[in-house]
Write a protein that binds this ligand. Structure first.
Ligand code: HEC
Length: 169
């Protein structure tokens, strides 16, 4: 009986100690630099990656409408997450121009930024639906045939024109 209690006590002690040690790493909050790096990765790799599939179809007729549908649906999902990549004041003015091209207008003109983000999501979903319906002409009209995302009708250009600054050298 006594040894059992002793053993239970040891187990309990081990539990309490491990619980006390655990939370140390968990409380780490992302720094501004980390937020910006994650944002550029999101734009270049995630959004840009899906765009490449659309651009190839619009410009060279490469791939299928099924490919376009898939990438456009992925873009619509990515678009919903766009605002979460822009926490307040994580742009130029607070961080070096070399690190970020995000302009302060994103936060001083937040309603417009929100509106274009929403348009990006809506137009991407519309593109997916048109591709699914097999409407090739309407699909190419939205994507464009130049390969340039700023000339598409998805909202990339509208947003970049107002809220993305020049590349710093
Ligand atoms: C609602 C606004 C908004 C929309 C919509 C948007 N972007 Fe962006 N994008 C930005 C901002 C702001 C930056 C700059 C981010 C930074 O540097 O911190 C950026 C950066 C980028 C970059 C990084 C490379 C560079 O030189 O800046 C790429 C690539 C990009 N966007 C592609 C796209 C594509 C493709 C679309 C549409 C399919 C799109 N974006 C839609 C706001 C937007």
């Amino acid at each position: 009986m006594r040894t059992t209690f002793k053993f239970m006590g040891l187990v309990l002690m081990a539990l309490v100690t491990s619980v006390a040690i655990l939370p140390i790493e968990v409380t780490h909050a992302a720094s501004g630099e980390e937020i910006i790096k994650a944002r550029v990765t999101y734009m270049e790799d995630n959004v840009g990656g899906q765009w490449k599939v659309l651009a190839a179809f619009g410009k060279g007729g490469t791939g299928s409408l099924a490919d376009v549908e898939k990438s456009a649906a992925n873009l619509a999902e990515l678009a919903k997450k766009l605002p979460t990549h822009f926490p307040k004041d994580t742009g130029r003015g607070n961080f070096p121009d070399k690190l970020t091209r995000a302009l302060p207008a994103i936060w001083t003109n937040a309603a417009e930024f929100q509106k274009i983000s929403q348009m990006f999501a809506t137009e991407s979903a519309k593109l997916a639906a048109l591709a699914k319906a097999g409407n090739k002409d309407a699909v190419v009209d939205i994507i464009g045939n130049t390969g340039s995302y700023n000339r598409s009708k998805l909202g990339c250009g509208e947003c970049h024109e107002k809220f993305r600054g020049d590349q710093a050298r």
